[in-house]
Write a new protein. Sequence first.
Length: 464
Amino acid sequence: MSSYDVIIIGSGPGGYVCAIRCAQLGLKTAVVEGRETLGGTCLNVGCIPSKAMLHATHMLHEAEHNFAEMGLKGKSPSVDWKQMLAYKDKTISQNTGGIEFLFKKNKIDWLKGWGSIPEVGKVKVGDETHEAKHIIIASGSEAASIPGAEVEIDEKIVVTSTGALELGKVPGEMIVVGGGVIGLELGSVYSRLGTKVTVVEYLDAVTPGADGEVAKQFQKLLKKQGLDFVMGAAVNKVETNGNKATVSYKLRKDDSDHELKADVVLVATGRKPYVEGLGLEALGIEMTKRGQIAVKDGFETSVKGIYAIGDVIEGPMLAHKAEDEGTAIAEMLAGQKPHINYGLIPGVIYTAPEVASVGETEETLKEKGHAYKVGKFPFMGNARAKAVFQGEGFVKMLADKETDRILGCHIIGPGAGDLIHEICVAMEFGAAAEDVARTCHAHPTYSEAVREAALACGDGAIHV
Ligand code: NAI
């Protein structure tokens, strides 16, 4: 039996960042991880592999659609699917190996196996029980099935995001159930590979919670790229027949029943906390109605000495939210007083164009009755974006009508996922739109579109 200051269960972005921060602050730290490699869902079967696939297929799209116009002639590349998956796997192992290196460097023990908490202060991994002053649950999430529907996931024909990153071949037809982040990122990947992709979404707009105008433009651009959409459709059954699958759905507007068939069905209707086998019930740990671990300020559960962070607790299921919570709990245990600004957690969808947002949307401001103004600038007025065939999106800044303080920003366009952070910093410092508008931005960069949107909150943008 070994004794630690902290044992963290789970090595995803929440768990591994927490471990490194604990070690940096002088706490003796171990991480329990049952996968073959560190990094959790994000590095092994989520964010990182999907970004490799998005990059590879974006390159293919560029070759097929834009090379000739730039004077790059010759045969379009063909897809070697095995090699593309190998590239994706190499990207994964480089990143998971990197975490293993960081653990060694920071003298963090990896307790290999699936952990449970038999009693307060103890973590069992395999036949061994270890002691810890503090236990942090960072066990993440798993794909949720379709609420109220009959679905059998085999990860071959009916797949979650995990199976979608490992398909035996590029399917001819794919149905994506759920027009959220996972559905649209992976739907884009396969659409660019030549698959006929149909997204079946319950709501009337894609990406729930997004700014309405951005969601509309996003769906329009995806349609133009070849994705089909069935909106306002509640999927109630997914069944496999031989090599095909059938998706049954009801259109909400008239209750009519419909069916679609495809080679592969991707179920992307959300994720749920993964807490299996931890022994939470026996410990009496309180859960929320939605099956998350309930925590108080400071991430402590209803049981003293046991904490939880990341996807297993409330809040957006985002790697960077988990990382910030991992850092914060480590600092709290070391006696510091960290703070997370939950109003400023950016969201990014890594399609082409990217979609990024932070803060309030027009919809949330209207709901709150908060008087605001809108500064909007199209990438069509941005020289750099036009030069690289990316002039179709826009930057939309929302600022307080009276004080000009920035309340939110929504970007659809090139590099949106990076551009948004200028606004995150500005908002963290309580900046006004004018502060961004008066800051010199290099020319020619996409960031000028952000400045122009800030200008549009005042007297007006220049390039419109
Ligand atoms: P999501 O919550 O983003 O989207 C699920 C969609 O499925 C919703 O639009 C919902 O209306 C729809 N839906 C639910 N039931 C349905 C039914 N019966 N028929 C038709 N449509 C139905 O969930 P998603 O995309 O699975 O992602 C899960 C989590 O992973 C999210 O919290 C997301 O933020 C996170 N994630 C984040 C990424 C990023 O930040 N780039 C990438 C991938 C995942």
